[in-house]
Design a protein around this ligand. Structure first.
Ligand code: VGL
Ligand code: ZN
Length: 217
């Protein structure tokens, strides 16, 4: 059991946007199922939360269409290997809005990422070049939040990269796995992006938990 301290614990709701749900441009299997547990976490356990939105301009470097390539292929970009996705999370589009069913009562701030045309950003903290930031790290510090609890989409991309960066910044981090869903794409080596993300989170000291393991103070 993990007892939530509503003053110093914060909930991060990652990319709960229709673009990542069935019917959207880059659907995560069963993605809409995260809305209810995310709401339960934010309304019954936490006093403070932040949300993120993937937020890409047309022609974004992460779009396969920008390279004349097939979705889910990869490209080598100046900052490293990049998976190329279908066009998604277009700035101002309905799919890029926060899901209308998401309860925002406890959401004090919304951070957008992936708006720089030439760099993708999985993490809520830093772009994939690992240099340019969103400001979230400074916000957590100024607000005095110590432990970060994450939920949302997709577990093997934006949630896990955010969790690892929060560890890097010195936070204790919990990923609430049953309030997340994964893309779980197969990789050439035979394993999946989910297995890779699990390993990376374990190495970074990210803790995994379920909604029912968290209790009110
Ligand atoms: C995401 C792929 C591309 C995510 C965003 O939110 O996990 N994944 N852009
Ligand atoms: Zn994206």
């Amino acid at each position: 059991m993990v007892r939530i301290d509503p003053r110093t614990d914060v909930l991060g709701i990652i990319d709960v946007q229709p673009t990542f749900m069935p019917g959207g441009e880059l659907p995560v299997p069963d993605g809409a199922a995260v809305v209810a547990p995310c709401n339960r976490l934010s309304t019954t356990l936490f006093r403070h939360a932040f949300a993120t939105q993937d937020w890409h301009p047309p022609g974004h470097v992460s779009f396969a269409s920008s390279h004349g390539a097939a979705p889910f292929s990869t490209a080598t970009l100046p900052y490293g290997e990049q998976v190329l996705w279908p066009d998604h999370a277009l700035i101002g589009s309905p799919g890029a809005a926060l899901h209308p069913g998401l309860d925002l009562t406890r959401v004090d701030a919304i951070f957008r990422k992936g708006f720089r045309p030439e760099i993708d950003s999985y993490s809520a903290f830093r772009d994939n070049d690992r240099v340019s930031t969103t400001g979230l790290g400074g916000w957590l510090k100024e607000r005095g939040f110590r432990r970060v609890f994450l939920c949302g989409l997709a577990l093997d991309f934006c949630v896990s990269w955010s969790a690892i960066d929060a560890r890097d910044l010195g936070h204790e981090v919990f990923v609430v796995t049953d309030a997340c869903r994964a893309i779980a794409a197969p990789l050439p080596a035979g394993h999946t992006t989910m297995e890779e993300a699990h390993l990376a989170m374990e190495q970074a000291g990210v803790r995994l938990c379920g909604v029912d393991q968290l209790v009110a103070a």
